[in-house]
Design a protein around this ligand. Structure first.
Ligand code: APR
Length: 363
């Protein structure tokens, strides 16, 4: 996953470079600046003393001194003064110049604090959006692992509206169908495990004798799932009756086959897809080269988001990987919120998942 949001103390991270939210003197201060200087030891102050300061929006680099990282990139964020003095452009420039500097030094991994969001008073939700946007733009053209490091919960904020919108959606859906989702799972299982008696009436009629009917959960056979999206009737084996060859013959499209087909149908390149999914190239090529590859649920969902699939197709694609969206799982409900609202920005989704203490999308 090329962009990760993590809770950590940046001075402990073993990545190639960490970024320091410094001031223009580069001679230390409080906040993350103070923590880095303290952990790096007095040698860092000596090195910084030779740099001749740093302009706001620019970045300079030193060795890591006693820190586990190889380099420290010192950048100076803007002080917030209402947003009328070019603060946004300067903050964007901090991320761009730090990433370019890291790239020139051959760094494979870089960790950022939320620059200017502490003593310099930049509104935290806007500081986060700028950080994610600039890093995501860089990652479209470059391969690097970038961390946004959140030191403490109060220094992390997504927009109030988005947060309350998602909280309301979770409240309605997560609680409301919590009980029924088990029943939906039971129906889902019965459909898949071919027990005639459990299928709702209409499904029984459609089934030819001796053939089980494979359907994705839909309004007809599992009234809790909104869209009617019955998978086409396929001859599905019931384990007791079919031989292994029949079983293998009747296996339909695998996850990776469906993924590659969808990429072609959307007319996008492989790289566009895995970058939009916030998945690294190596993982994508594993999936591409093994038709039976079984991705994690969050990887499968990341590709559904990158392909901007509607909910029924998301369910279908998840099923190929052996998963289902469950409304008794907050992570799934938040994903469903974004898909329902046609917001397929994987970085924004991860910001929200992080705000709700959920795992992130991507490997
Ligand atoms: N690891 C990761 N992040 C941290 C750590 C840490 N050890 N300590 C603080 N942070 C976070 C804060 O929670 C905040 O989200 O770093 C972010 C930036 O906050 P500040 O350090 O206050 O930096 P900034 O707002 O850019 O102000 C810079 O403060 O410390 C002085 O010398 C510095 O004058 C400069 C000004």
């Amino acid at each position: 996953m090329p962009l990760k949001i993590i809770r950590a103390d940046i001075t402990q991270l073993k990545c190639d470079a960490i970024v320091n939210a410094a001031n223009s003197s580069l001679l230390g201060g409080g906040g993350v600046d103070g923590a880095i200087h303290k952990a790096a030891g007095p040698g860092l102050l000596k090195k910084c003393g030779t740099l001749g300061g740093c302009k706001t929006g620019e970045a300079k680099i030193t060795g890591g001194c006693k820190l586990p990282c190889k380099y420290i990139i010192h950048t100076v964020g803007p002080r917030w003064s209402g947003g009328t003095r070019g603060e946004e452009a300067l903050l964007r420039s901090c991320y761009r110049s730090s990433l370019e500097l890291a790239k020139r030094k051959g760094c494979k991994s870089v960790a950022f604090p939320l620059i200017s969001s502490g003593a310099y008073g930049y509104p935290k939700d806007q500081a986060l959006v700028i950080a994610v946007e600039e890093i995501a733009a860089f990652l479209l053209e470059n391969d690097m692992l970038v961390y946004i490091v959140i030191y403490d919960k109060q220094s992390y904020r997504i927009s109030e509206n988005l947060f309350s919108d998602i909280a309301a959606f979770i409240d309605d859906n997560y609680v409301e169908v919590h009980f029924e989702s088990n029943r939906a799972d039971a129906i889902y299982d019965s459909v898949y495990f071919d027990s005639q008696a459990d299928l709702p009436g209409d499904a029984q009629k459609e089934r030819a004798p001796g053939k089980a009917l494979r359907r994705a959960p839909s309004a007809k056979n599992a009234p809790f799932f909104g869209e009617a999206n019955a998978a086409p009737e396929t001859a599905v084996f019931s384990p007791s009756k079919a031989s292994l060859e029949d079983a293998l013959k009747s296996m339909d499209e695998s996850f990776s086959e469906m993924l590659l087909r969808k990429i072609d149908e959307k007319g996008i390149t492989d790289a566009e897809c895995y970058k939009k999914a916030n998945i690294d190239r190596k993982l994508f090529s594993k999936i591409r080269n093994d038709r039976l590859y079984k991705p994690s649920k969050s990887t499968a969902l990341a590709f559904c988001i990158a392909l901007e699939l509607p909910l029924p197709e998301v369910r279908d694609m998840l099923m190929k990987a052996g998963y289902a969206l469950s409304r008794s799982n907050k992570f799934d409900v938040i994903i469903e919120y974004f898909i329902t609202n046609k917001n397929y920005n994987v970085f924004e989704i991860n910001e929200a998942l992080f705000a709700f203490d959920q795992a992130l999308l991507g490997a």
